[in-house]
Design a protein around this ligand. Structure first.
Ligand code: GLN
Ligand code: ZN
Length: 768
């Protein structure tokens, strides 16, 4: 029985990689200095895992930006637009140009596209393929890192994305082919890599095929069969670990069980039933081992040893100990690095801390589980086992976690609690009368520029250099100026600007019971960007109003309507580490009730328009289509619960960005927000067609300009977009707004752009 790690965080326990990369991009350190930081992180990670007792230690899990981009470079799939850069720059700079674009010395190339890695908050660089795509071994990173580990006397297990998933992660540029057709072209380069690794003495190779957790076509499944048979034919003595994670194999299981691989890795955290499925099928070949992913690689909770040992026992009873490996469910790059660095007892109290495990603690858990399963340590004598049992037991009853009032409230939700008083058509009439807005009403999505100054106030306030009064005064001044600017510009529905918020989830988490925060629980999101998600550890409730003071203050400054601004329950859930001791739906409903109370309090305070942002609804969709309906059911219901406590003439808005709506438009309509604002300008209003075809009944604000760029759009281009929108959606349903919040923009461009936007709306009003 071996311990098998799938990947270790590469950002460094103190985000060394982030800091070094950003210094390198700013020209402040040399390439050699950056390379040295990478080398040190790899050595530290390998040595830590070796010392802890991990048998199969991954290499090539390190990356200076993204593992998919690494592979793109390795396979030489470099898009044409980088060919000049490739000639005149180092491979490292070519790599960063592909990741981030490059503007220097007359060169100007855009970056490759980036998108979410399955259902995680990690983002990868999307490979681009042409019909005549050529692949060639361009970088030997994977071999170099293996050799590097050997020099440290650690024989690692090189990890790379398998050829089928690699192709499926990419996008076709041009028509007339499907990217899976490239499989025969890419495979020879994989062979070159495997050959080189074999020559260097690699014994185990981990090939990740996470697409096996998705619904595949027959053609894609045949590609899997073809690839792994070819690999086995050509490299019969390499031990191939085929890793799948984030869900079961589902209907791909038959295919997978017939593959001639050394080991199958299973994510038993997401899908523990597949162990039974495999064992009961009787189809697991006698020479195939199972790697049991029992330690959650994506969340921060301490493992439940009893539960894991029961799964391990089941597997060893059926297959014998030698055929079992103990592993995390997926790569640990989705976990924060080290719980030992959490020294702030005020937020992460010892009681909460005893329930947690980060990457370093997770590899210790894996080794402990192996020891227990091999009976090298008796459970009765093991302090670690006792502590684990105690922690998991007291989590079940802790007063910190369990709040009967909240549980009872969720249990007593009845039909009607997720419904407004009347249907939209009736609400609408009342809102028209109450709000008295022009056609093409103008608004923004909520935030205004978070300048360095505003951020510095918050930093000083947190350090105690500003007291509450001083901090509030500064924020009030900023809010007032923003209200004045919007009035002068002629915007119809104003916002207060969100200056008091650090982040749209953290701000609410800090004020809700059941949430806590880490000091150093960073997880890579993309490139050098890391996020520090809040931790939802207990029943969620709202001790007191969270946004009313600011909304009321802003409303008091102006006779125009000020829109209250909240983050929705699904987005708060999605962007936090969530409880694993109850279903996500339960936690989401608790948050929904807290937000509902806030919405009602805003209404009571005289706020007539309230926006509940839900940018993360789509990304919460499960990987397998058959699970979509269940998710959408509770997620949409949670939004409705949050929005339904108010009277008909209070107008509820929602906002979503980066979303495709085609396959969930019915569910979006079911949210029944009076107004939805969506990102639309980069798609030239194409995203709106789905709403038009569906005959979406409520009001819509399709974004008329891209807020991701400092570029100021012209009035004409916005008029043009609004004309396009008017052609497909009745004009009395349309709102005029930017694509998203303005917090990353500067004031200068923001002012210019909004002045033009209002002018464009006025032009439209005259035209109808
Ligand atoms: N109200 C938020 C803002 O304006 C919405 C952000 C988002 O959609 N991601 O910043
Ligand atoms: Zn947005």
């Amino acid at each position: 029985m071996k311990t098998n790690n799938l990947g270790y965080p590469r950002i460094g326990s103190n985000r060394e990689l982030k800091k070094a990369s950003e210094l390198y991009w700013a020209g402040k350190i040399t390439a050699d200095e950056l390379l040295e930081v990478g080398k040190n992180i790899r050595a530290t990670n390998w040595q830590l895992q070796a010392k802890t007792g991990i048998d199969l230690i991954p290499s090539n899990d390190f990356s200076f930006y993204d593992q998919v981009l690494d592979l793109t470079l390795t396979l030489g799939a470099i898009p044409n637009r980088y060919s000049e850069i490739a000639k005149t720059n180092s491979a490292l700079d070519l790599y960063f140009a592909m990741a981030r674009g490059s503007q220097k010395e007359g060169q100007d190339v855009v970056a490759m596209e980036m998108t979410k890695w399955f259902d995680t908050n990690y983002h990868y660089i999307v490979p681009e393929f042409t019909k005549n795509q050529k692949f060639e071994l361009f970088s030997t990173k994977i071999v170099n890192e293996f050799v590097e580990s050997k020099k440290l006397r650690i024989t690692t297990k090189p990890v790379l994305i398998g050829p089928v998933s690699y192709l499926l992660l990419g996008k076709e540029k041009g028509d007339g082919f499907h990217r899976i057709d490239l499989i025969e072209k890419v495979l020879p380069v994989y062979f070159e890599i495997l050959n080189a690794l074999q020559n260097e003495g690699a014994e185990y190779i981990q090939l990740d095929e996470p697409f096996l957790a998705l619904n595949l076509t027959d053609k894609e499944r045949s590609a899997i069969t073809y690839v792994y048979n070819e690999i086995n034919k050509n490299f019969p003595s390499l031990k191939i670990i085929l890793a799948n994670y984030f869900d079961c194999f589902g209907e791909n299981l038959e295919t997978v069980l017939a593959l001639p691989v050394h080991t199958l890795h299973l994510d038993l955290v997401r899908c523990s039933s597949q162990l039974d499925d495999i064992l009961e099928s009787g189809k697991l070949a006698e020479n195939v081992n199972l790697s049991l992913g029992v330690v959650d690689g994506r969340n921060i909770w301490k493992n439940d040893f009893k539960k894991s040992l029961a799964l391990i026992q089941k597997a060893t009873d059926a297959l014998g100990k030698n055929r079992i490996l103990i592993a995390p469910s997926c790569s640990l790059i989705h976990s924060p690095c080290d719980l030992d660095l959490e020294t702030n007892d005020a937020t992460l109290t010892p009681e909460i801390k005893q329930w947690l495990a980060f990457a370093k603690q997770k590899i210790e858990e894996i080794v402990l589980l192996q020891n227990f399963a091999l009976e090298e340590v008796s459970l009765d004598d093991s302090v670690s086992f006792q502590q684990n049992t105690i922690a998991n037991e007291n989590r079940k009853t802790s007063k910190l976690i369990h709040n009967d009032e909240v549980k009872n409230r969720v249990a007593s939700i009845t039909t009607g609690d997720d419904e407004r008083e009347n249907p939209f058509a009736i609400r609408r009439k009342k809102q028209v009368d109450a709000l008295n807005l022009p056609l093409f009403p103008t608004t923004t999505i909520g935030s205004f520029p978070q300048t360095t100054e505003v951020r510095s106030w918050r930093a000083k306030f947190k350090k105690g250099e500003l007291n509450q009064q001083q901090y509030d005064n500064l924020l009030q001044k900023e809010t007032e100026e923003t209200i004045r600017f919007q009035e002068e510009t002629g915007i119809d529905v104003l916002v207060h600007g969100e200056f008091e918020r650090n982040d749209m989830v953290e701000y609410f988490g800090e004020q809700l019971d059941g949430f806590t925060f880490t000091k150093n629980g960073w997880v890579q999101s993309y490139g050098s960007r890391c996020v520090k998600p809040p931790v939802i550890y207990g029943d969620v409730s709202r001790p007191k109003p969270m946004t009313v003071k600011w909304a009321q203050f802003a409303q008091s400054l102006t006779p125009k309507w000020v829109k209250g601004m909240l983050t929705g329950p699904v987005t708060i859930l999605q962007w936090s580490f969530v409880r694993n001791d109850q279903p996500r739906s339960e936690t989401c409903t608790q948050i929904a009730l807290a937000i509902r109370d806030e919405v009602v309090d805003l209404e009571k305070a005289g706020i007539k328009i309230i926006q509940i942002d839900e940018p993360a609804i789509r990304e919460g969709l499960p990987l397998r289509k058959e699970e979509w309906a269940n998710y959408l059911d509770w997620a949409i219901k949670a939004f409705r619960i949050s929005a339904s406590g108010v009277k008909d003439d209070t107008q509820i808005h929602t906002h979503m960005c980066y979303s495709e709506f085609n396959d969930i438009i019915q569910n979006i309509a079911d949210m029944d927000a009076d107004v939805i604002t969506i990102e639309c300008s980069r798609s030239q209003m194409e995203l709106l067609d789905v709403f038009a075809d569906f005959k979406y009944p409520n009001e819509i604000g399709p974004g008329v300009y891209d807020i991701h760029s400092p570029r100021v759009p012209s009035r004409n281009e916005m008029v043009h977009l609004l004309e396009k929108a008017s052609a497909v959606v009745p004009v009395d349903q349309l709102w005029v707004n930017p694509d998203c919040g303005l917090k990353t923009r500067h004031w200068d461009e923001t002012k210019k752009a909004l002045i033009e936007m209002v002018a464009a709306a006025k032009e439209m009003r005259v035209a109808v």
